[in-house]
Write a protein that binds this ligand. Structure first.
Ligand code: IPE
Ligand code: IPE
Ligand code: MG
Ligand code: MG
Ligand code: MG
Length: 314
């Protein structure tokens, strides 16, 4: 894999990588038409706002959160169809979070998923409203797409992950930590950084898995394994994102690189250095893959994904 962030070092066998990439493409073929339909079906949306929602949601991302929801449902013996609403809802929250993350008041980025960011392609007010509209659509999707006896629990799982104690809180602390604002011992900075990453990124990954498990009928043993997997996966993923910002290419990433350093973000490469960040990402990926052992032989794709996210180039 040219440009892989973990070179030099052991790479996963390319056949495994190919089959994981095909598995992600399969997720995309499953979820994209559903996302398209859900945006089209929401009533009374002004055309320009709807176009912005489509633009943000259907852009060519990796669809990792839908994959986690669908593969978690599959791992506990459920079907993709049962978890379809969960997969759509988590991608809606993710897409909104990217639109808002890119706004001038936040990371101020021009490029996302290989295209102009939403506020660049439309305008700032439309981008804010697009995010505002995608959030309730996610909850509406869960409320009407899950069986009534679990819909309330599902909405609660997503609300906690997306809210002030989860993604939004992590984003607030990420911005507050810009420009070297977090001082103290390396241990204290690392602790602050992990706390940011676990909420801004990890919480939604964990919710994707928990929702997939809920829809798929997972038991307590499943929940324990998936929780361990999610914690390690989320942190490994965001360390990789930080490393790719430092070392990846705009062409592969479809977003600007070097932006964390420009804004003085608190990141893993800043606190631990590149090499130790790589080692930590690999260790966490191994830990996530090991947790799949508790899934009774149905966690191969989740294990492969954990390795892939730290070897990816985008
Ligand atoms: C990017 O997430 C934003 C972060 C949480 C760091 P992804 O890398 O999953 O973005 P897409 O969905 O593939 O565009
Ligand atoms: C974004 O983190 C996290 C969320 C959108 C919640 P980053 O700011 O690191 O994501 P990129 O690098 O812009 O994709
Ligand atoms: Mg950000
Ligand atoms: Mg950003
Ligand atoms: Mg980043």
């Amino acid at each position: 894999m040219a440009g892989s962030m973990l070179q030099p070092g052991p790479q996963p066998p390319s056949a495994a990588t190919d089959s994981l990439i095909e598995a992600l493409a399969e997720v995309r073929r499953f979820i994209d038409p559903r996302l398209e339909e859900l945006v089209a079906a929401s009533d009374d949306v002004p055309p320009r706002l709807r176009e912005a929602m489509r633009y943000a949601l259907l852009a060519p991302g990796k669809r990792l959160r839908p994959a986690l929801a669908l593969w978690a449902a599959e791992a506990c013996g459920g079907t993709w169809e049962a978890a379809a609403a969960c997969a759509a809802a988590v991608e809606m929250i993710h897409a909104y979070s990217l639109v808002h993350d890119d706004l001038p008041a936040m990371d101020d980025d021009d490029l996302r998923r290989g295209r102009p960011t939403c506020h660049r392609a439309f305008d700032e007010a439309t981008a804010i409203l697009c995010g505002d509209a995608l959030q309730p659509l996610a909850f509406q999707t869960l409320a009407s797409g899950l069986p009534p006896e679990i819909a309330g629990v599902g909405c609660g799982i997503l609300a906690r992950a997306a809210g002030g104690g989860g993604l939004v809180g992590g984003q607030a602390d990420d911005l507050a930590a810009e420009g070297g604002a977090v001082s103290g011992s390396p241990e204290a900075r690392l602790e602050a950084l992990e706390r940011i990453h676990r909420r801004k990124t990890g919480a939604l990954f964990s919710a994707s898995l928990a929702l997939g498990g809920l829809a798929g009928g997972g038991n307590a043993q499943f929940s324990a394994a998936i929780e361990r997997y999610g914690r390690a996966f989320g942190l490994a993923f965001q360390i990789a994102d930080d490393l790719l910002d430092a070392e990846g290419t705009q062409e592969a990433m479809g977003k600007r690189v070097g932006k964390d350093a420009d804004r003085g973000k608190l990141t893993f490469p800043v606190v631990l250095g590149i090499d130790e960040s790589r080692r930590r990402a690999r260790r966490l990926a191994d830990e996530a893959a090991e947790a799949c052992g508790g899934l009774g032989g149905r966690g191969e794709k989740l294990a492969a994904l954990a390795h892939w996210i730290v070897h990816r180039s985008h």
